[in-house]
Design a protein around this ligand. Structure first.
Ligand code: B12
Length: 223
């Protein structure tokens, strides 16, 4: 199947946040014999990366558009996954949430939307997640990465947030198996802050988050 024209149409639908059109385009392609695998890796992911980059460069960044593009990409991926000829192999497992005291969700959901097309299994624990729960859920699910989305300066630096996650991992001897990544507005203004709160990494946006999380999954000792 000729994918470049489809990539261009799909990118357009994504940029316009036209969910129905995006889904229809991949359904038609499947109907015409395209493989789900090639659609995800050669259409959905490149289109999502291009859209996020274009949106980041927009002078007047439209938050709703940013949010919707990643959700549509995640929805299309969910529809394509059961059609894989060989069941897709999970690249790794992540638990993600906003830390104690933080109720902001949008950045986190964009990151989840970017991770799913990459076959990174992602359990969203929601908001106001305690450090204990982050670690317990990661351990129970045998996740390699805890991802924390902190939007406020005080929740980013809090003793009850990432710093405590680090302490618990150290106490339980889990630091080699579970890596910690953090993100959110405060980290974009201070690119050393993640080190001071005990994280193994950070990323400024959803696409960079995928890259950083993939690296941490590779670094973590397998369960
Ligand atoms: C929307 C919003 C809200 C909404 C949240 C709705 C929701 N469902 O999320 C509501 C109205 C509820 C809200 C409430 C509050 N808010 Co508010 N809010 C915002 C606002 C306007 C946008 C945040 C946002 O969604 N940004 C868009 C997303 C896409 O960006 P992002 O989160 O940075 O995410 C990207 C990256 O950071 C990264 N990323 C995000 N998470 C992660 C995680 C990982 C692991 C990685 C690798 C990367 C990553 O990828 C994302 C995608 O590219 C900001 C202002 C601003 N300009 O940031 C204030 C802001 C964050 N809020 C603020 C405040 C003070 C509050 C309140 C205390 C207000 C009040 N007095 O009640 C409450 C606190 C509630 C609480 N306990 O959490 C302050 C924080 C100030 C500070 N310096 O700490 C800000 C900065 C506004 C301001 N200038 O004063 N807020």
């Amino acid at each position: 199947m000729n994918l470049p024209p489809l990539l261009s149409l799909f990118s357009e639908a994504l940029f316009d946040t036209d969910r129905d059109r995006a889904l229809q385009l991949v359904r038609d392609a499947i109907h015409q014999g395209a493989a789900a695998e090639e659609l995800i890796f050669e259409v959905v992911i490149p289109a999502l990366e291009k859209c996020v980059t274009d949106l980041e460069e927009c002078e007047e960044l439209n938050l709703a558009q940013h949010f919707l593009t990643s959700q549509i990409a995640a929805d299309v991926t969910e529809e394509l996954l059961p059609r894989f000829r060989v069941a897709p192999e999970t690249v790794g497992r992540v638990v993600i949430g906003s830390p104690h005291g933080d109720l902001h969700t949008l950045g986190k959901r964009i990151v989840v939307g970017c991770l799913r097309p990459r076959m990174i299994e992602c359990a969203d624990l929601g908001v106001n997640v305690s450090a204990e729960r982050f670690v317990e859920e990661a351990e129970n699910r045998r996740a390699s990465v805890i991802a924390i989305s902190a939007m406020m300066v005080h929740t980013a630096r809090s003793e009850k947030g990432c710093l405590k996650v680090r302490d618990i991992l150290r106490e339980r001897g889990l630091e080699d198996r579970i890596k910690v990544i953090i993100g959110g507005a405060p980290f974009r203004f201070d690119d050393q802050l993640h080190q001071r709160v005990g994280a193994d990494g950070w990323a400024p946006d959803g696409i960079q988050a995928v890259k950083a999380i993939s690296r941490l999954i590779r670094e973590a000792r397998p369960w």
